[in-house]
Design a protein. Structure first.
Length: 205
């Protein structure tokens, strides 16, 4: 089963189908699909799609289109097919003229994804506060919870990323204590919701 299908399955099995309907999730799933497709295509070259950079303007390269640009063109075409509003929830970077990028962090057991995180490569509403990434959603299969999988995924977040998240959960009460145990600390709160304020947490350095 492909990674995209495994992630969808976990979301459905845990009652988080809503997550799959969000625009940034749809973009993220395309990012993951395109990454897998190109890394499989270029497996003999050992290409890591997350680390390639554009070499089209480097004088000593003979490539008509470099790895990076091939990925970006295909990514853009597939996302455009979703017909998303570019003004929706920071999914489009108008300065860079591209859809906001995402990264997935997964935890695999016996060849199958049992936990995942979706991270948006943008500080979002806290961009001007020095944040570089937003942790959109994290999920672990119920039978593998309380086994350190969430912490293991947090440990994979690059040290140079300044990450924030909104501590909320439909399943877990006092979810903020879970994040505190996984190296996140309270940053502040956003008032405005009728039901409950948004509690914002920041990954500790």
């Amino acid at each position: 089963m492909e990674q995209v299908d495994q992630i969808k399955q976990i979301a459905i099995e845990t009652g988080n189908e809503w997550f799959l309907t969000h625009a940034i999730t749809k973009i993220g799933l395309i990012d993951l699909k395109v990454k897998d497709e190109f890394e499989n295509l270029w497996k003999d070259e050992g290409v890591n799609a997350d680390k390639v950079t554009c070499t089209c303007n480097i004088s000593d390269t003979k490539d008509l289109c470099c790895y990076y640009c091939e990925i970006e063109v295909e990514r853009h075409l597939q996302i455009e097919e979703l017909n998303l509003s570019k003004s929706l929830n920071g999914i489009y970077d108008f300065k860079k003229d591209e859809y906001t990028k995402t990264r997935w962090i997964t935890h695999v057991i016996n060849g199958k994804i049992q936990g995942f995180m979706l991270i948006k490569c943008s500080g979002g509403i806290f961009q001007n506060k020095g944040f570089t990434h937003e942790l959109i959603f994290a999920c672990v299969s119920p039978k593998y919870r309380q086994m350190g999988i969430l912490q293991a995924m947090v440990n994979k977040i690059p040290k140079e990323w300044n990450v924030w998240l909104e501590a909320t959960s439909n399943e877990i009460s006092n979810v903020e204590t879970v994040w505190e145990k996984c190296d996140f600390s309270y940053y502040g709160r956003i008032e405005g919701r009728i039901d409950t304020p948004q509690l914002i947490y920041q990954k500790c350095a």
